[in-house]
Design a protein around this ligand. Structure first.
Ligand code: ADP
Ligand code: MG
Length: 261
């Protein structure tokens, strides 16, 4: 199967004064359509920098990002912006909904930006929001929605253009546990069903279980790539998991207690 996303030897160096920081230091991995990856790692390990390069928002110092067969580095700025609007969906912790547009209008806006605001698109927007449990909230403004509902609108917005790649940077950081589980479960279901490639940055170990694969970053490098089917099963029974200390995975120690509970 051809990959939806290929990151090849990605490097990003920041120069501050006379110092050079390698924020991302030679990262290579691939994601298939329908595969949902959790990206974990301590603060400062390069997760946000990596996501920004995958999104075409930040130029790598070296290396390549190939999405759906398209090498982002070969696109001109304008083409890259257009490609990003059509083929990449984003959802972030601060969901950036437009405050004076309703839930439905926020999702439809993404269709308008691509000149694809037709009846099929409108129908898809309603279906997506319904699927996300918001059928009674279509005409509410963001301030009339709870944090979890706003986050779900943001997910609908990320998916409406049927992107090849969906990027989520801590999408549940503002939600309580139960809401976070629901949101990530639905995100995972949609990514699987619609054959998108998905990447979610998270600090919550329990949310990792909804992903198919975990990529752990340390100091700008991929320290581990684990299948959640096999390797992580040990995380639910502390004591048998010596090879993967939770702190190394970028989780607080308290996560172990949560898992054991
Ligand atoms: P994470 O999202 O995993 O916390 P980041 O990608 O934000 O990590 O940061 C990785 C490293 O790059 C850190 O050492 C951070 O201080 C540095 N960094 C991030 N952005 C910049 C920037 N714009 N200029 C200089 N250094 C940066
Ligand atoms: Mg970050």
């Amino acid at each position: 199967m051809s990959l939806a996303l290929e990151a090849q030897s990605l490097v990003k160096e920041y120069t501050v004064g006379t110092n050079t920081v390698s924020a991302v230091d030679g990262v290579t991995f691939g994601i298939e359509p329908g595969e949902f990856v959790a990206l974990v790692g301590p603060s400062g390990s390069g997760k946000t920098t990596l996501l920004a390069m995958l999104a075409g928002l930040l130029e790598p110092t070296s290396g390549r990002v190939v999405i759906d067969g398209e090498d982002l580095g070969t696109l001109k700025e304008g083409e890259r912006a257009k490609f990003r609007r059509r083929r990449i969906g984003f959802t972030f912790q601060s969901n950036n909904l437009v405050p004076y547009l309703t839930a439905l209008e926020n999702v439809e806006l993404m269709l308008r930006l691509n000149g694809e605001f037709d009846s099929a698109g409108r129908k898809r927007a309603r279906q997506l929001l319904t699927r996300l449990g918001l059928e009674d909230r279509l005409n509410n403004l963001p301030r009339q929605l709870s944090g979890g509902q706003q986050q779900r609108v943001s997910i609908a917005r990320a998916l409406i253009n049927q992107p090849a790649l969906v990027l989520a940077d801590e999408p549940t950081a503002s939600l309580d546990t139960e809401r976070a589980f629901q949101v990530v479960q639905t995100l995972a279901d949609l990514i699987h069903e619609q054959k998108r490639a998905g990447i979610m940055v998270t600090h919550d170990l329990r949310l990792v279980e909804f992903a198919d694969k975990v990529i752990q970053m340390v100091d700008g490098k991929v320290a581990r790539e684990l299948s959640t089917q096999e390797d992580l099963s040990c995380l639910s029974s502390p004591g048998t998991c010596d090879e993967i200390p939770l702190e190394v995975l970028g989780f607080p120690k308290s996560a172990a207690a949560d898992i054991a509970a």
